[in-house]
Design a protein around this ligand. Structure first.
Ligand code: NA7
Length: 537
């Protein structure tokens, strides 16, 4: 691998959770590696998303890297669900702790990447006109890093401040005395709204579809609690490795139908009062897979919303009617529903009164004109494939990845795609990483990729490409993994829907839904069978 004339064995794009770990591992096995990152520091998602309220929905101690016992022993999380600033501090600490900063180039945005068939080398073109050459190209570009704005007339005419939550200004925003609009009610908005409500003079929330939200129950972690957690890290990570989604919360496998209404309600009440994703991922299996069991639980949560929101007309608008609990990503919240009890907060249902246009002074709906100082777009992302589409990636025969994936991604294991040799798409579409507690998923993907690179070095292989058969079989398998879930047609970013993009109004099979343990077993078995389904030269 070191005998060629390329500058690099490996170029990694992206300095988020995934890129940082890939850099660490690639350096550990002695590869000539560099990492390029658009931002001016590491952190990825946690670098960009600086909106008030941004924090984990994963328990902090299940989100940190598991690879270094020393790192685990020295880092103290201060909250059960860490905030964005703390997570960014953690990732910077990891980068410095393992001396990775010198391997990173910041403020360098990748515009294009082209596979040169003559030299079997990837040419990476940066926005500043510079070019890097590498044998292996590894994308760690995030699954929610291509923000999308709504398609509303007059978007550019607004005279006040406006931005997408992903681009919340680094220097912060003085919300005091301001009249603020938030468009969107996904996981981001659900974290943001209570924070804005506390400070702004007035907040108007524009909701198209409500989500089923449930309490986060955050709390501080003191040094003694962290000491206990540190003693349990082995068990914590072992537990995450056993659950389908890589979280601490695994499904309850008791027979739903044999339990009384009272037993179910006691269990659900306990989940509702407990921290984290238990009320979703720790629920009865039947609630997750069967529409009628799901309807029972959805009604339990709807009653909670009615209890928490004083004005029953508002409560009704906040209860989803087009999908059941957990069939879309469940936002975890802190005082979200209570925010709508405040005098300075108003909820506008866009189904009743759609936005007609953005004005110089505010927003015009079919019913009235609103004046705002600030409009915040919490309108989500071109999920999972969006960050790939924004780079002009050309493989063999100058075919672009964008063209290849126009009708939906086709991959082998979510890690490679035919026609693009030596390109590894970490946390790419159709991998399990995109459907799991992210660090747990990417540790599997990075470790597997490093094992593959070592294998190639030992065998003197220069490039690797997924075979056509293997890719077709995997893509079909991913599609089948959707069929097991009744919610596979529900409109959510998990299923590839985004009303703000052409062609994203139908299901696109972006996520491997077979569960993280099954995925890990499969990819490791394939590795043990001399990387069955891959072609080496
Ligand atoms: P989401 O979950 O995709 O939410 C986006 C929200 O924006 C959602 O409520 C959308 O309504 C709404 N939206 C999108 N476009 C429009 C238009 N044109 N008009 C009105 N409302 C619109 O993104 P988030 O950033 O909240 O969360 C992403 C992930 O980040 C999250 O799952 C976590 O993993 C972290 P819709 O529901 O489509 O009707």
């Amino acid at each position: 691998m070191n005998k060629d004339s390329f500058e690099h064995d490996v170029v990694i794009i992206g300095a988020g959770v995934c890129g940082i770990y890939m850099l660490y591992r690639a350096r550990e096995i002695g590869l000539r590696v560099t990492l390029v990152e658009k931002g001016d520091g590491p952190g990825g998602t946690w670098y960009w998303n600086r909106y008030p309220g941004a924090r984990f929905d994963s328990e902090s101690y299940s989100y940190g890297y598991s690879f270094s016992k020393d790192l685990l022993a020295e880092w103290n999380w201060t909250e059960r669900f860490a905030s964005q600033p703390e997570t960014l501090r953690y990732l910077n600490h990891v980068v410095d702790r393992f001396d990775l900063r010198q391997g990173m180039q910041f403020g360098r945005c990748v515009k294009a990447a082209r596979f040169d068939e003559a030299t079997k080398c990837w040419h990476i073109l940066l926005e500043d006109g510079d070019e890097l050459r590498t044998r292996f190209l590894i994308t760690a570009i995030g699954m929610l890093s291509a923000p999308t704005l709504p398609r509303i007339d007059g978007l550019d005419t607004f005279g006040g401040e406006s931005f997408h939550t992903y681009h919340w200004p680094r220097e912060g925003v003085d919300l005091d005395g301001k009249s603020v609009a938030v468009i969107g009610t996904g996981a981001t908005a659900v974290q943001l709204i209570p924070e804005v409500a506390k400070i702004a003079r007035h907040l108007t929330v524009f909701q198209r579809r409500p989500n089923w939200c449930a309490p986060l129950h955050n709390g501080t972690l003191d040094v003694d609690e962290m000491a206990q957690i540190k003693e349990q890290y082995e068990e914590i990570f072992a537990r995450c490795a056993r659950t389908p989604s890589g979280f601490l919360h695994g499904p309850d496998r008791r027979d739903f139908d044999s339990l009384s209404v009272q037993e179910k309600e006691e269990f659900w009440e306990n989940l509702y009062q407990s921290p984290g994703f238990g009320k979703w991922l720790g629920n009865f299996v039947k609630v997750l897979v069967d529409p009628s069991a799901n309807a029972e639980y959805s009604e339990f949560i709807a009653a909670k919303i009615r209890e928490r929101v004083h004005d029953q007309k508002v409560a009704l608008k906040l209860i989803p009617i087009d999908h059941g609990f957990g069939s879309r990503r469940v936002p975890l919240e802190t005082d979200y529903y209570e925010a709508f009890n405040r005098d300075n907060v108003e909820l506008i249902d866009l189904n009743e009164t759609p936005i007609e246009r953005i004005l110089k002074t505010g927003i015009q709906t079919s019913e009235r004109e609103f004046e705002f100082d600030l409009i915040v777009y919490a309108t989500g992302f071109d999920a999972i494939t969006g960050s790939f589409d924004r780079i002009d990636i050309k493989g063999k025969g100058s075919r672009t990845l964008r063209e290849k994936w126009i009708d939906g991604p086709q991959t082998y294991l979510g890690l490679q795609t035919r026609g693009f040799p030596n390109l590894f798409t970490l946390a790419g579409p159709q991998s399990a990483s995109v459907g799991t507690n992210f660090p747990r998923g990417i540790e599997d993907a990075v470790d597997w990729t490093i094992r593959m690179l070592k294998y190639m070095r030992v065998h003197g292989y220069h490039h690797v490409e997924a075979s056509l058969n293997a890719e077709e079989a995997w893509t079909a398998h991913v599609k089948e993994s959707y069929e097991a879930f009744w919610f596979h047609e529900v409109k959510s970013w998990f299923n590839g829907y985004n009303s703000n993009l052409d062609g994203h109004d139908r299901v696109r099979h972006l996520v491997y839904f077979g569960g993280a343990p099954e995925y890990r077993t499969r990819i490791n078995e394939i590795a043990s069978r001399d990387y069955e389904g891959f072609e080496f030269v």
